[in-house]
Write a protein that binds this ligand. Structure first.
Ligand SMILES: Nc1nc2c(ncn2[C@@H]2O[C@H](COP(=O)(O)OP(=O)(O)OP(=O)(O)O)[C@@H](O)[C@H]2O)c(=O)[nH]1
Ligand SMILES: [Mg+2]
Length: 463
């Protein structure tokens, strides 16, 4: 259980990124913030007293009276602040030397250096934000894609917390019914029956939980994108396909089998989802060391792929080499791509398609630039999985949330079984409580201290 307590130490840090910038900001939070400001800051407008949340213009001086810089200073009185403590910000010129000198002065006057994420941690401990919002702050800072930024903003606005609260409410309602049954053991069967517990469990708990778990999948794709490996025997047109998807002549294309010796990696975007494309060396038996290394690397990439495009030369039909290689692809998420349709007869194409029953087969011709859009669509459908990608959810659980959601889901499954088996109310209540506790971990109610530390240590200093 997290203890909510007021921090007594005053903390300070440079909040802007290292390097030279237009302005730099020093942030101070805690009971001494105001006193430190008063001691260091000389406003140009004589007699001006700090009014909360108003910028003032002046100089900061050190203890010898030396002017360190001209700054804009703002004093923000608790509790309407980021940390809910008194906060001071000094906006100086963005020289790192100046910022360090000002920070040293702030520390000398009674603050201590803030740890990574400590400002946000204080906001969380003071109860201003829940844990999902705190995590959204770091997601926002570290987002690498536009979609990742959107998800972080949605989470910062409480989208995820609200959805978790819906499930918690469903569980709390069930718990209330169980408690009545525990208090009146003679009527417990009746109470449990009239409570429609199974129905409630399904509608108010399991369904929204499953939806959140599906969103977690989508969130991962939106934040990180997926890795797509183009595989096939030599000369089927893998590099030609990479170039088509990139719309530039990135990889060398020749009629000589074994042209690509090393993997070639590029990013493309399909409907805003980052796709990490990997062109590989054609896999075949060989006696050339460089080619062997390339093939080894190709196999490794194949193992890491989220999706494999298995390329076949439709003009040549299926060879033993194709069949052998397909053996290592068939078990993964893949799309069969028939290339060189320009030199294949319709009969041959139809026959090839039949060689891959139950598998998605897409026809393309890199030579004629045909079928590429269809392939992109097929890739998008595959990334989308259960269909939540198209809707662009406002927020999505991250890996940590997902792991506890799964635990909560498992507790619900046990609860369902116990209900079906006619277990007594007090036993059912134990499972409901377990499911509730796991959800409490997400928003920060029951999160263990070491998990909190791990989360906040991912932050940069000054946030
Ligand atoms: N007719 C026809 N030829 C193609 C097509 N796509 C690629 N080719 C030709 O096939 C040959 C091999 O193409 P690449 O893209 O180098 O094939 P690769 O699979 O990367 O080959 P390796 O790197 O050697 O494994 C080249 O001569 C291409 O011009 C196509 O759609 N139709
Ligand atoms: Mg190649």
């Amino acid at each position: 259980m997290t203890v909510l307590h007021r921090e007594t130490e005053t903390i300070a840090a440079i909040a802007t990124a290292p390097g030279t910038g237009g302005i730099g900001i020093i942030r101070i939070s805690g009971p001494r913030a105001r006193a430190i400001l008063d001691a260091m800051f000389r406003p140009f407008r004589a007699g001006s007293v700090p009014e909360s949340h108003k910028l003032r213009y002046g100089t900061v001086i050190d203890r010898t009276g030396r002017v360190l810089d001209e700054v804009l200073a703002v004093y923000m009185q608790a509790p309407a602040t980021y940390t809910r403590e008194d906060v001071v910000e000094l906006h100086s010129h963005g020289s790192y030397l100046v910022l360090q000198a000002i920070l040293a002065e702030v520390l000398a006057r009674g603050a201590r250096p803030a740890e990574p994420g400590e400002f946000t941690k204080r906001a969380f401990l003071a109860g201003r934000i829940d844990l999902t919002r705190a995590e959204a702050v770091i997601d926002l800072l570290q987002a690498r894609t536009r979609g990742g930024v959107d998800l972080a903003v949605g989470q910062l606005q409480g989208g995820l917390q609200e959805q978790v609260e819906v499930v918690r409410q469903g569980l709390t309602d069930i718990l209330a019914i169980l408690e009545v049954a525990i208090d009146f053991p003679d009527e417990d069967v009746e109470i449990l029956d009239s409570g429609h517990l199974l129905e409630r469990l399904e509608k108010d708990v399991e369904a929204p939980l499953d939806r959140l778990l599906a969103l977690a999948e989508t969130g991962k794709v939106i934040r990180e994108g997926i890795s797509v490996v183009i595989a096939g025997r030599p000369n089927v047109g893998k590099s030609s396909l990479l170039n088509e998807l990139l719309q530039e002549e990135r990889a060398l294309v020749t009629e000589v089998p074994g042209t690509t010796r090393d993997t070639i990696e590029e990013m493309i975007s399909i409907r805003g989802i980052p796709v990490h494309l990997v062109d590989t060396a054609g896999i075949r038996a060989h006696d050339d060391l460089v080619e062997e290394l390339g093939i080894e690397r190709a196999r490794r990439k194949l193992d890491e792929a989220d999706l494999v495009l298995f390329l076949v030369d439709a003009g040549a039909g299926l060879t033993d080499q194709d069949r052998e290689l397909y053996g290592s692809v068939a078990g993964r998420d893949h799309i069969v791509v028939l290339n060189k349709t320009d030199i294949a007869s319709p009969d041959l194409l139809a026959g090839l398609e039949q060689s891959f029953p139950g598998t998605e087969v897409v026809r393309i011709s890199c030579h004629r630039h045909e079928g590429i859009e269809g392939l992109r669509e097929a890739m998008f459908r595959r990334m989308q999985g259960d269909g939540t990608l198209e809707e662009r959810p406002a927020c999505a659980p991250n890996l940590r949330h997902r792991l506890v959601l799964e635990k909560s889901r498992t507790a619900c499954r046990r609860l369902r079984e116990a209900m079906a088996g006619g277990a007594p109310a007090d036993l059912l209540a134990v499972e409901v409580q377990a499911a509730l506790d796991h959800l409490g971990d997400i928003v920060g109610i029951t999160t263990p201290e070491d998990v909190l530390d791990a989360i906040f240590s991912r932050f940069c200093i000054g946030k």
